[in-house]
Design a protein around this ligand. Structure first.
Ligand SMILES: [Zn+2]
Length: 732
């Protein structure tokens, strides 16, 4: 818990830090992976040792000007003559030491080498010799791989992770000049697995109390305990492996496999604390996943890494549904994925499978993009985001949330629904051209929040007392707040508080959650800046779900305004029946209040989710207007105006500033793959630079041309020329 006084003290301390620049250091005192900008990976298969042409592959990767190359060491299959028992040598290795050849060639070209490992499966001979290494079903049977059933799933709680994998790391580290180790598929950010091996049964008995449910169910006390035990084990293994790989090489690194975009279950904040390097294995999209899924991944990773190393993998192959591992992804889609990676401050990692490709179309796509990145490298060295609006990343709500109307346990499909609140707010911010960062709910430190003028909370229903106290302190210290629907109604595990923990901040008391209804409305009772553009209507579309609330009126210092009230749902069919039974209620649909510098907007309805589901732009405009009102008289530090749907990032960089614009204006924006770009016209930009900073040059790096600009005090204005796929405007 923090008091307001501590908050203010921390705020002023952080202002001093940012004034002198907290991340100016570069080079020798930072580990190599903190300064890398380009990664590549050739993912070998068991047959590759028969034919792999090392020289031509290393030529290709060197042409991408990589800082680091990932190549298969071992785990499931060893690509070198291993002496570790039950470490399966490639059947086709013969007398070759393929990893050794690749390692020597990689280092000869000045690239860092990361051994790509897999700790998740092993062969039957290992199963026979070490049955305790493997996961078991409830009937005691091992778990074969779904597509390659001669491999069996290893158990994270077994000594496979604490003895066998370290033995392999040590062998590779002793023989080859390896700068790091990466494990495919582990730990991931997805669901926990429940295993019935003897080790796990003991864990359940001694640490959990009983076998936990095998699905996400935060209502279950055993699940809650298992979640913590499971996270503790992941972090323990991660730390052990980091210690093993640095035994001989202090600058070596272990990197696990994370990702999952916004739909994570494992606590990414805790993972971020142990990770020296966060790799997002978020290689592409499938089905109706939106194009900005990659930039969103970047924001999640940034919300826990605070500027430390983050990579994101781009699959050069077609990782759609179905997946094709051996043909290229549409080039335009690949470019947009890498562009989002770079724009959101992550390092692109370009990935191909198999050493003998029959489709080589992907090669030029990666080479051209990486060559451009390399030519402009300094402008991708970010110090900090320029955005002054934060969006709370409500991880526990997305992972665990179930409102009273939703029965049963769920997995993926339902979790996609718990992310809809954030999706709706996110899209409103993109349409409104509002620059923002994610802040993880477990990272609500005063020094983090003090950078932001406003904090936006898309239905963080599950928040701990500590989360709420930090949010309360932020508002008390002058920060503005937007929150929706059931925010803070439950504790961090979903136990109902029957009222908002943040009710004093919202000035609202919670009643029941109404079942989802259509054809309800919000009535405009009085004019307010958040209602700009709605002068010709008395009604706005009502959210599908809402909490019945009443204003508490508890704070004499600030009158709460309720310019919108609820018009309850009435039949939408047949037309003869379509008339309101209750024209007007005194139930607030929005509560706005102002205390000093702080402005608070609370919407009892799920305007974010309803916006996402319905696409009705009134709800988007309402959120955009509200964010502008939250800002008060403060001008945003960066703005961008023009036609098109874009996502933009602004960074303070080592040489100056960079404005990144991703052009999503495309018929394949919400269903892949992008096959062609549709250029947008000039974009009018304004960026506030540090006081006293004189900008001498503004340059569009994709268009490769100078951009005319004016500087008036600390405000720099310029027109970005049209954007085809992606533009980065560098100010120096
Ligand atoms: Zn087990």
């Amino acid at each position: 818990m923090i008091t307001r006084r501590e908050f203010l003290a921390a705020s002023s301390a952080s202002l001093i830090v940012s004034a002198v620049g907290s991340r100016t250091e570069q080079g020798s005192d930072r580990p190599w992976y903190e300064t890398m900008r380009r990664c590549g990976q050739l993912n070998l298969n068991e047959q590759d040792p028969k034919t792999l042409d090392v020289a031509s592959w290393i030529d290709y990767w060197a042409s991408l000007k990589l800082d680091a190359l990932l190549l298969n060491g071992g785990g499931i299959v060893a690509f070198y003559p291993t002496d570790v028992p039950y470490h399966h040598r490639s059947e086709f290795l013969g007398s070759r030491d393929l990893f050794g050849e690749l390692a020597a060639a990689t280092k000869a070209r000045g690239m860092r080498l990361v051994a790509r490992m897999d700790c998740n499966y092993a062969y039957e001979d290992a199963l026979k010799a070490h049955p305790e290494w493997f996961e078991r079903n409830a009937d005691g049977k091992p778990r074969p791989h779904g597509e390659s059933p001669w491999l069996f799933k290893t158990c994270m709680f077994s000594s496979y992770f604490t003895e066998q994998m370290p033995a392999i790391y040590r062998e590779i580290g002793a023989r080859y000049p390896v700068d790091g180790f990466f494990t495919n598929g582990w730990p991931s950010t997805g669901d926990l697995t429940v295993c019935h091996c003897e080790n796990c049964q003991r864990v359940y008995r001694e640490q959990v109390g009983a076998t936990p449910p095998d699905r996400v169910d935060a209502t279950n006390g055993y699940y809650r305990r298992y979640y913590n035990v499971y996270m503790d084990r992941v972090l323990d293994v991660w730390r052990r492996w980091q210690a093993v790989v640095t035994e001989k090489r202090p600058d070596a690194v272990y990197v696990g496999n994370l990702g999952g975009g916004i739909r994570t279950v494992k606590n990414v904040k805790r993972l971020g604390e142990v990770a020296r390097w966060f790799n997002a294995d978020h290689q592409g999209r499938a089905g109706d996943t939106v194009i900005w899924d990659c930039a969103q991944q970047g924001r999640v990773a940034q919300s826990v890494m605070d500027g430390r190393a983050i990579t994101n993998v781009t699959g050069a192959y077609s990782n759609s549904r179905p997946t094709w591992r051996h043909v290229s992804k549409a080039p335009a889609e690949t470019i947009m994925w890498m562009a989002q990676t770079a724009a959101s401050g992550m390092v692109p990692w370009f990935h191909w499978l198999g050493g003998a490709p029959e489709d080589t179309r992907w090669k030029a796509v990666g080479r051209d993009f990486f060559a451009w990145l390399a030519a402009n490298e300094s402008h991708f060295r970010n110090r900090r985001s320029v955005a002054d609006v934060a969006v709370l990343y409500p991880q526990r709500t997305i992972a665990f949330y179930r409102s009273g109307t939703k029965p049963g346990n769920w997995r993926g499909a339902e979790r996609a629904q718990t992310a809809e609140y954030l999706h709706g707010l996110y899209y409103a911010l993109l349409e409104g051209r509002i620059f923002f960062d994610f802040v993880h709910e477990d990272n609500l430190r005063a020094e983090t929040l003090s950078r932001y003028r406003a904090l936006l909370i898309p239905n963080a229903a599950y928040l701990s007392d500590d989360h709420c106290q930090r949010i309360r302190a932020y508002v008390a210290g002058g920060g503005s707040l937007l929150a929706t629907f059931e925010t803070s109604r439950y504790d961090e595990w979903g136990d109902d508080r029957f009222d908002f923990e943040l009710g004093d901040v919202f000035d609202a008391t919670s009643g029941d959650v109404a079942a989802p209804t259509g054809n309800s409305y919000m009535r405009i009772e009085s004019r307010h800046p958040a209602l700009a553009g709605f002068e010709e209507t008395a009604l706005l579309p009502g959210p599908e779900q809402r909490v019945a609330v009443r204003a508490r009126g508890g704070d004499p210092a600030s009158a709460t305004l309720t310019p919108l009230t609820v018009v309850p749902s009435y039949p939408a069919f047949p037309p003869e029946m379509v008339f309101p039974r209750t024209l007007r209620t005194d139930q607030p649909a929005a509560l706005f209040r102002q205390v000093g510098r702080s402005r608070v907007a609370y919407f009892p309805g799920d305007i974010d989710r309803t916006f996402w589901r319905s696409g009705n732009p009134d709800l988007g405009l309402l959120m955009q207007n509200t964010v502008r009102w939250l800002r008060g008289e403060n001008r945003p530090p960066v703005s961008l105006e023009g036609d098109g749907i874009v996502e933009a990032f602004a960074w303070e960089t080592e040489p100056g500033y960079a404005l990144h614009i991703l052009n999503y204006t495309n018929p394949n924006m919400t269903r892949g793959f992008v096959r062609k770009f549709y250029a947008i016209g000039p974009q009018n930009a304004e960026l506030r630079v540090a006081t006293g900073r004189r900008i001498r040059d503004v340059r569009a790096l994709r268009a490769s041309r100078a951009v005319p600009f004016t500087q008036d005090g600390d405000v720099v204005r310029f027109d970005v020329p049209g954007v085809t796929d992606y533009e980065v405007v560098a100010l120096t």
